[in-house]
Design a protein. Structure first.
Length: 202
């Protein structure tokens, strides 16, 4: 069983990972953006200010003061935005939640964890390079692997979801936003207990 983790008192930084620009909109790699946007909609936050090389919104989410950011640096430099925001607010990685795509999970699955390796994910690799520790909470959003083992993984994650996947994507977005709320309210173990059993629609 994983160890529990609860966010420290005070402000929380919620990060959605993705790439800026219309050509990347609604791709698998941008599901982190979609999840934090869904969360912001639920709590009537506008992610539109520009700061820290990111789009930024601030307000109350699940009873906590939060800053929600979408780095606009492209994925492989995401850590620059997160590092700047942490420095500005005088926070540590313990006060960070990162939502990101994960090809090692089937589409629609959500998993929560604290720390760990980057698994080849360029956004997480950048965070690991820029932050003093990788001990931040992660919302892993399953986008699945390409159907053919020899397929180009980079092209896969930069591609858009197919029509047959939309129900699973809607589930992923909703459960991802709920997972962040539960992390804010209840901590890691309690959130895992609710979120991990949730099955995507078939």
């Amino acid at each position: 069983m994983s160890k529990d983790a609860k966010l420290p008192d005070g402000r929380v930084l919620i990060v959605g990972l993705g790439n800026p620009g219309a050509e990347y909109d609604r791709t698998r790699h941008n599901i982190g953006f979609r999840v934090v946007e869904a969360l912001a909609d639920r709590w009537q936050l506008a992610i539109r200010d520009r700061q820290f090389k990111a789009l930024v919104g601030a307000g109350t989410v699940a009873g906590r003061q939060c800053v929600v950011i979408e780095p606009q640096t492209y994925m492989n430099l995401s850590g620059q935005s997160v590092s700047q925001a942490l420095s500005f607010y005088k926070l540590t990685p313990a006060s960070v939640i990162v939502a990101h795509d994960d090809i090692d999970l089937p589409i629609g699955r959500v998993r929560l964890k604290l720390g760990g390796g980057h698994g080849g994910h360029n956004g997480l690799r950048s965070l690991d390079q820029q932050l003093p520790t990788n001990a931040y909470l992660r919302v892993r959003l399953g986008v699945g692997r390409p159907p053919h083992p020899a397929a180009d993984v980079a092209a896969w994650v930069l591609g858009r979801f197919g029509a047959s996947e939309q129900r699973a994507v809607d589930h992923l977005t909703e459960v991802g936003a709920e997972a962040i709320e539960r992390l804010l309210r209840d901590g890691l173990l309690a959130a895992q207990g609710v979120v991990h059993p949730l099955e995507p629609p078939r």
